[in-house]
Design a protein around this ligand. Structure first.
Ligand code: NAD
Length: 464
């Protein structure tokens, strides 16, 4: 180790323009900071040299030794073990909460490149920021009807100018080799057309929920993706989220005995009658396909079973300009083969409320809220001697859009069937159509019996 005097002497021996001791001391702090990223000389005209040695050196300063990091250049190629977590030294006592292994994101070149179609609320507020947390997915192209907005978004997320497309140019995505997958975030009534055209352009499709406006459209989307040999996944974020996964395990492991019934509710007070959500052709329906779908899809996921009968009731406030074309409120019952009965409610007309409660013979499981992007709360109750023990489970949030996109990327990279493929969206659509039919006809509607568990899902995601 060299003292500050040694360094001063060394400097004046090696430079062609000697510096005074005063000058040297004035610049030493600044120069040593430069040294921390790999330079060796300070306070002189001479160009800093980079250290060739890989072993970290240290220099003594008046405040003690400062480690000097070895100079590094980017590795020429990706190391073979890049998917193994980097080992860091232990800094917490073993009795403390641990950080777990370091993340192992894929390198930029290995990630699946996405084109995002539609730059509305969900894309700007959730999906684009989620790429920051994604490990296997990257955004490489945008499709929008608003060139000004797209220019801004492209600059914010580093998308190239030539990878920004208008709706008229959508099919040109075919020629963009960086795009492997298209994420469709358009009004529901446009999902079918853009899925089919996207698959025909040779891209894999991740499509927002609800899958489409009718079972017929859903089937056409599945067929088009099969014909083009492209993958199709419906973006059911709840099925890629740890709280709901834990509830599914609790139910299926029988932790609270046999489940008898589930009550689920997803409603909010929506406004703006001019928005596409209140236009039948673009939305397909009102609260049911938009938010009520979460109750239906989550219950099917938790139970792995399919309902055999539904009974629905619909009400819309008369003369409310929002509900001229789509419904305000739907309440419905479902019967499952195991005897479980469920009761669900959805609305566009009441204050935000999103939750469910599973009633089993030896306990209950409650998630409230259950369907927002963050802040989910899981609580369970079970008798312990003379007490009913109520437990609040602390589970960290994940970025639901990042986990969902990364699952789809993994399916593309490893040629696997997505956990929530098109068939899963089609089944929800069939059940919603039966609920509407039941409400219209004022009678229960029976559904085709499905005996297999998780009949419409692919293999469970690795990371769950
Ligand atoms: P939004 O209205 O904010 O965005 C829709 C985008 O589509 C806008 O950029 C709009 O300009 C564009 N668009 C193109 N053609 C249009 C047309 N003819 N009419 C209207 N808009 C048109 O909607 P959003 O809330 O972002 O929802 C988009 C999709 O995402 C919907 O299918 C919705 O159900 C789904 N969504 C899913 C979640 C989730 O949690 N997974 C949450 C919200 C929305």
């Amino acid at each position: 180790m060299k003292s500050i005097d040694n360094l001063f002497d060394l400097l004046n021996q090696t430079t062609s323009s000697p510096v005074s001791r005063q000058q040297f001391l004035k610049t030493a702090g600044r120069g040593l900071a430069v040294g921390a990223v790999g330079s060796t000389l300070v306070g002189c005209d001479k160009k800093p040299e980079t250290t060739a040695s890989s072993a970290p050196a240290t220099v003594d300063t008046p405040s003690g030794p400062v480690p000097k990091l070895p100079a590094t250049s980017p590795p020429a190629e990706v190391p073979a073990d890049s998917t193994k977590p980097i080992e860091l030294e232990q800094i917490k006592a073993k009795t403390e909460q641990q950080e777990g292994s370091t993340p192992t994101p894929l390198t930029a070149d290995q990630r699946v490149g996405y084109a995002i179609v539609g730059l509305g609320h969900l894309t700007l507020n959730q999906i684009l920021p989620a790429f920051g947390a994604a490990k296997k997915s990257k955004v490489v192209a945008l499709v929008s009807g608003s060139p000004e907005k797209m220019k801004k978004v492209a600059a914010q997320y580093g998308v190239k100018k030539e990878s920004c497309y208008s709706y008229a140019d959508y099919d040109k995505l075919r020629d963009n080799k960086e795009v492997q997958a298209i994420y469709i975030v358009l009004p529901n009534g446009m999902h079918a057309e853009y899925t089919i055209r996207g698959a025909q352009a040779g891209k894999h499709i991740l499509c927002e929920k609800p899958m489409a406006n009718s079972a017929q459209e859903c089937q056409a989307m599945i067929d088009a993706c099969k014909k083009a040999d492209r993958k199709l996944m419906i973006a059911y974020r709840i099925q890629y989220e740890p709280h709901h996964r834990i509830v599914r395990d609790m139910i299926q492991d029988g932790q609270f005995g046999k489940v008898k019934s589930i009550m689920a509710n997803n409603g909010q007070n929506s406004d703006n009658p001019d928005h596409w959500r209140f236009k039948k052709a673009l939305a397909g329906g009102g609260s049911l396909p938009d938010v009520g779908l979460y109750c239906l899809n989550t219950i099917r996921y938790l139970l792995s079973e399919e309902p055999t009968e539904v009974m629905g009731y619909i009400h819309s406030t008369p003369n409310d300009p929002r509900f001229k074309e789509v419904e305000e409120q739907v309440n419905w019952l479902m019967k499952f083969p195991s005897g479980i009965q469920t009761s669900c409610a959805t609305s566009y007309g009441h204050h935000d409320d999103k939750n469910y409660k599973v009633l089993a013979d030896t306990g209950w499981i409650k998630m409230d809220p259950a369907f927002p992007y963050t802040g989910l709360q899981l609580e369970t109750s079970q008798a312990q001697g003379k007490e009913n023990q109520i437990v609040q489970h602390k589970i960290s949030d994940v970025d639901q859009f990042a986990t969902e996109m990364d699952h789809f990327s993994e399916c593309v990279l490893e040629n696997k069937v997505p956990f929530t493929p098109g068939e899963e969206g089609l089944q929800d659509q069939k059940i919603m159509e039966a609920i509407y039919q039941s409400a219209r006809e004022g009678r229960p509607v029976r559904l085709a019996a499905v005996n297999k568990k998780d009949a419409f899902r692919g293999p469970m995601p690795k990371e769950s």
